[in-house]
Design a protein. Structure first.
Length: 159
């Protein structure tokens, strides 16, 4: 996703660059929480499913033709990944299968508000869940795994 900024969480020291003060109280479901683990993360919906493919250009053309999805974020990200979205904004991120990673499922991404993103980051840290944070120019994302090892992403476009 272009020149993304990456940081790892759960024990690492880092700050959000888009101006959010993590040390401040986060508003979660109308309740201010200070210094406690937030158990529920409010998602707005599915953002995308990321897949790895053998031929990125051919797969992108196939999805565009079959599902009538449109290319988004191309100016910011170029070809990595190819992001295709439907009318509601949800879609598929197409990544090349490389570096020993086979074609198939990569991760499931949920869209969250900025407040939910900050609360989720605090919750992941408070619960000792390892995560990676990335600045994708048009969005910010938290990457982590569920207890079964399924890769998940929480992303906000409210930057």
């Amino acid at each position: 996703m272009g020149d993304s900024s990456r940081r790892s969480g759960a024990g690492a020291s880092h700050t959000l660059r888009f101006g959010e003060r993590v040390g401040d109280a986060c508003r979660v479901a109308g309740t201010e929480r200070r210094g406690e683990a937030v158990q529920g993360i409010t998602v707005e919906g599915l953002d995308h499913v990321a897949i790895r493919v053998a031929d990125q250009a051919a797969s992108a053309a196939w999805y565009e033709r079959l599902l009538s999805v449109r290319r988004v974020h191309e100016d910011a990200w170029g070809e990595l990944p190819v992001m295709l979205a439907g009318r509601d904004g949800s879609g598929v991120a197409i990544l090349p299968a490389r570096d020993g990673r086979p074609a198939g499922f990569a991760h499931l991404a949920f869209r969250v508000s900025r407040d939910a993103y900050v609360a989720a980051r605090r919750s992941l840290e408070a619960n000792g869940i390892r995560f990676e944070e990335q600045d994708h120019v048009v969005s910010w994302s938290l990457y982590f795994s569920d207890p079964d090892g399924i890769a998940l992403e929480l992303t906000t476009y409210e930057i």
